[in-house]
Design a protein around this ligand. Structure first.
Ligand code: APR
Ligand code: ZN
Length: 235
């Protein structure tokens, strides 16, 4: 995406639409047949024929300017996610601050997985200064509760989840900077949309074992972030 303007990035994922459908754009809530309701900085005028576009995979239609505005509000990584159905175009990345991810096997079993050892993942992120793509660039952010320890059963599915989490870490989508819903603190490192199990032998927080649906849930959450088994195989 280097060297591409936001409009060029968005257009890569769009097909032309000859006749606008008689619907509203769900980004700005204005008619697709009329102009984009988005008025903000950096809005350039586009010609009538390309004022709307259809996303190539999912077919959802939006004002081009609305998609460009949405792209500019994100971390501008060359990827786009359909706001209706969450289909991802390109490779989605996040704004996770710099840090370290490590893992090893410990010779103990998790509740519900008596036949297997356990993978322990250790995430460590220090506090720092927010960069572009964070809520308040230039301002410090805190990092509470690190190192954070997380657990997976050391079986086939657990190891698959681990491989996909390594991809998620590289794409910076495991943590984010924002307001913690647990503590209410703002400008701090928080878990993103991928749930981790942070308790080993107990389940006091609800983020522990046993949880028979957990591995399938996290695989769904990884998929929603664009990380699938196929992707993991290509690594
Ligand atoms: N363990 C794992 N996930 C958690 C925990 C926890 N203890 N607490 C919250 N989450 C999940 C929430 O369910 C939510 O989906 O993380 C997501 C974001 O919640 P926040 O409270 O905003 O996240 P954060 O502040 O990062 O987490 C709070 O998690 O690991 C611990 O040390 C950390 O005590 C802190 C807690
Ligand atoms: Zn869509």
């Amino acid at each position: 995406h280097k060297g591409r303007t936001p409009e060029e990035v968005v257009k890569k994922y769009l097909q032309k639409v000859r006749n606008p459908p008689e619907e509203d754009c769900t980004i700005c809530m204005e008619a697709l047949g009329g102009p984009s309701g988005y008025k903000g900085p950096g809005v350039t005028s586009v010609s009538r024929t390309e004022s709307i576009g259809r996303l190539t995979q999912c077919g959802h239609v939006y004002h081009l300017q609305c998609l460009v505005a949405m792209y500019n509000n994100g971390n501008k990584d060359g990827s786009l996610q359909c706001p209706t159905c969450k289909t991802i175009y390109g490779v989605k990345t996040g704004n996770q601050p710099p840090g370290k991810m490590e893992y090893h096997v410990i010779p103990h079993s998790l509740p519900g997985h008596p036949d297997y050892k356990t993978i322990r993942i250790i995430y460590n992120i220090p506090s720092g200064i927010q960069g572009p793509g964070h809520p308040d660039p230039g301002k410090p952010f805190t990092a509470r509760g690190f190192p954070r320890h997380c657990y997976l059963p050391d079986n086939e599915k657990g190891r698959k989840v681990l491989r996909m989490l390594l991809v998620a870490w590289d794409r910076r989508i495991i943590f984010s900077v924002g307001t913690s819903s647990t503590t209410g603190e703002s400008d701090t490192v928080i878990w993103n949309e991928i749930h981790h199990k942070t308790e080993f032998g107990s389940n006091l927080t609800g983020h522990g074992y046993p949880d028979p649906g957990y591995l399938d849930n996290i695989l769904e959450e990884l998929k929603a972030q664009g990380i699938t088994e196929e992707e993991e195989k290509q690594q």
